[in-house]
Design a protein around this ligand. Structure first.
Ligand SMILES: [Mg+2]
Length: 389
């Protein structure tokens, strides 16, 4: 396998930095973007000055205000962030056609074929950072590595304005000190399983034999073995292919009833997945959209281990996003799901490992889809959802 060169560019405190850029009064001060505490708002983004007080995104605004007296709250200007984001993506596309936007302020770039045009990997990263600083008056952190997994960890390694280049030879030692929960593909459940056997860092995971991991974690053991060594074959998927399909619901009254939110997301997942299956598509990423009572909006995206149109897998992904972002139990006005990076299911290479449970799930799904085709959408529903109704 030919080695690849991947950049991960991540803007520093994107929304908050744009606000500070556009309003000099906000510079050097603790600023958050989001809704007011009186309206049970949440933090959509925090400036580095605010982060020093322990303020993080998705935190209830009431908590943020308690942590930092004199905190400046700015309401979100989503249209402006979106237009800065397209300027940003345009800069990336000057260096490679292989750009995969992850969110408004983050993207993977595959520059494997581009080093002869723009110099070393470090040169390319520096050029991009300089253009962002010059043209957008904003800062970005860049990570460079042989794949997405390493590039992403590298961009996060030094922030803000970081530039970290990890060569293939350095990958294992770079990962060794990372806590396992930082690694893409090692979820919270696996983390706590690993903790039980005393594995908290990737270095410790590297010390465990493949046999033992397979015994303990089944086929996921092999994935853990590979991730701990920084092996990740996921391709950079470009914008062109990055079509999305989604659905959202506004509740008649703001709610904070977690089971109801979960069931709603389940229904949305089924509706979107059914649409994908009808068109012969699968998705490689899932986005959760939450609009809180104060109208502030967060979107969180996760990349799936492999592309799918199975409701169970999309639902699992969106519920883990909900769990990570439902903090402080704010009231919610709207929830939505969007399945991204759609591709024809024929273009997905078959899984390396057979998975009986998923094969079964696929068969059941085919049967229920046929029933829906014959008798209408409402004819089949999950037993758990039925109980709810
Ligand atoms: Mg960022």
């Amino acid at each position: 396998m030919q080695s690849r060169h991947i950049l991960h560019v991540d803007m520093d405190a994107f929304f908050a930095s744009i606000e500070q850029r556009d309003n000099p009064d906000l510079r050097g001060k603790p600023v958050v973007v989001g809704g007011l505490p009186e309206t049970r708002g949440v933090v959509a983004a925090a400036s580095y000055e605010a982060r020093r007080y322990g303020i993080k995104s998705a935190m209830p605004m009431a908590t943020a205000v308690r942590l930092c007296t004199g905190l400046i709250i700015v309401s979100s200007h989503h249209g402006r962030y979106r237009s800065v984001s397209s300027q940003l993506m345009a800069i990336f596309s000057d260096y490679t056609p292989l750009v995969e936007p992850v969110s408004l302020d983050e993207a993977y770039l595959d520059v494997t074929g581009c080093t002869h045009l723009f110099g070393t990997l470090k040169d390319i990263a520096k050029k991009i950072q300089n253009r962002i600083a010059g043209e957008l008056q904003l800062t970005a952190s860049v990570g460079v590595g042989p794949n997405k997994l390493v590039a992403k960890l590298a961009s996060d390694y030094r922030k803000p304005e970081g530039l970290t280049v990890i060569s293939p030879q350095e990958v294992e030692s770079f990962l060794a000190n990372m806590p396992v929960e930082k690694v893409w593909g090692i979820g919270p459940r696996t983390c706590s399983e690993l903790q039980k056997i005393g594995v908290t860092t990737v270095g410790k995971l590297q010390g465990i034999s493949l046999d033992f991991l397979m015994q303990r974690f089944g086929k996921h053991g092999k994935v853990l073995y590979e991730l701990s060594r920084g092996l990740d074959e996921r391709p950079v998927i470009t914008e062109q292919k990055a079509k999305t399909m989604g659905k959202e619901i506004t509740f008649p009254k703001d709610i904070r009833d977690v089971p109801r939110v979960k069931n709603t997301l389940w229904e949305l997942a089924e509706a979107v997945c059914h649409r994908m299956r009808k068109k012969g598509l699968v998705c490689a990423s899932v986005t959760l959209k939450l609009k809180y009572a104060d109208l502030s909006l967060i979107t969180r995206t996760v990349t799936l281990p492999r592309p799918t149109a199975l409701t169970v897998l999309v639902r699992e992904a969106v519920l883990s996003l909900l769990k990570a972002n439902w903090n402080g139990y704010p009231f919610v006005r709207l929830v939505g799901i969007s399945c991204g990076k759609l591709m024809e299911c024929g273009n997905v290479s078959p899984s390396l490992f057979p998975d009986e449970a998923m094969d079964k799930e696929e068969k059941i799904t085919r049967v229920t889809d046929n029933l829906k085709e014959k008798f209408g959408e409402q004819v089949v529903t999950s037993a758990a959802l039925l109980k709810e109704k």
